[in-house]
Design a protein around this ligand. Structure first.
Ligand SMILES: [Mn+2]
Length: 332
């Protein structure tokens, strides 16, 4: 058993009340890694109280989702151990309305992002494809053959891995990831095409902000960016969901797909705090490493996919802050 597995086992054994959290705006890797961990602790540590709290449900049915405790705020309770999955620090999980960040409980971080994590009692990050792969690897390392992949775990595992590897398109999928997928698929053959198709659906109201995002696209050299202003959001009465969906679409399918463009960023309001803008960067192999720029802005991520938040009165100011960071990153 690896040292970090032993350490994890020790910390779980010592705890009474365990709280699992994941990052804000959770994706499927966030939900799946947290639920696999929840089920692991429930199964192997029957006397522990363990809860997984989140602010929202996944957008598709996944096993054990009924066990997610939906809360408006993450407040301190009787937990003596907090485990974060798919997040490098508490900041990624909380807002200023929460109080859990002041907790004195022990803290474990299970992540797979490159970004440095905060000081914790245990941090596990083997730079795997996904937090899901990391959690499964830990469970299997600790329990060996006692760890049984049930149909539910198989589904969660596959969903987490295919989401974060883009169905094995990204470099983060290693031979170990494929092997893990093999183990999972021997138990249940998830319809991956059906899952990703349903996942790529968007509501009709997405089209208006999408039009705006496309209209606002600026190309500078081999970089492109776009944004949506407060005024545009007000004028067209755009909802948070519509803006978020449109931002995802431009970010993943348009910005670096324009001929001659290899990288870029998309700006949207954060919705968690007034005057905070979410900047999402996307890059291509052999071109700008976008995590370096995101780090300059206090964010982080991977070489080809990174994010940061900036404070600005409007999108245009946010854009100019990012452009300045890009300039200083390129000249350093
Ligand atoms: Mn992830």
């Amino acid at each position: 058993m690896k040292k970090e597995s032993k350490e994890l086992k020790k910390l779980i054994s010592k705890a009474k009340n365990i709280l699992i959290l994941t990052h804000k705006g959770p994706d499927f890797d966030a939900f799946c890694s947290a639920l696999i961990l929840l089920e692991y602790i429930r199964t192997f540590y029957k006397k522990k109280n363990v809860v997984f709290k989140a602010r929202q449900m996944p957008t598709q049915n996944i096993p054990f989702m009924q066990d997610i405790q939906i809360v408006e705020h993450l407040d301190m309770g009787d937990e003596d151990l907090i485990i974060l999955t798919d997040s490098g620090n508490m900041d990624m999980c909380v807002t200023h309305h929460d109080s859990i960040q002041n907790s004195t409980a022990k803290l474990i971080i299970i992540d797979h992002h490159d970004t440095a994590t905060e000081q914790t009692d245990l941090s596990v990050n083997n730079n795997m494809s996904s937090a899901t792969e990391q959690v499964l690897t830990l469970c299997m390392d600790i329990e060996g053959s006692r760890y049984k992949i049930t149909e539910e775990i198989s589904k969660l595992g596959q969903i987490g891995i295919i989401s974060d590897t883009g169905r094995f398109l990204y470099e983060n999928a290693t031979p170990n990831t494929y092997e893990m997928m093999g183990k999972l698929r021997r138990v249940f053959n998830l319809d991956i095409e059906d899952f990703t198709y349903k996942n790529s659906k968007f509501p009709y109201e997405t089209l208006q902000p999408l039009r705006i995002y496309i209209k606002n696209v600026k190309v500078e050299g081999d970089m492109a960016y776009t944004y949506i202003t407060k005024k545009q959001i007000e004028k067209y009465e755009l909802t948070k969901t519509a803006v978020n969906n449109a931002q995802q679409h431009v970010r993943d399918r348009i910005i670096r797909h324009i001929q001659g463009v290899h990288w870029g960023f998309v700006v949207k309001p954060s919705y968690y705090k007034e005057n905070i803008w979410q900047i999402s960067f996307r890059g291509t192999k052999g071109y700008q490493k976008v995590d370096k720029i995101a780090e300059l802005l206090g964010g982080g991520g991977h070489e080809y996919s990174a994010a940061a938040r900036v404070e600005a009165v409007d999108a245009k100011e946010a854009v100019s802050i990012v452009l300045d960071a890009i300039k200083s990153s390129l000249s350093s």
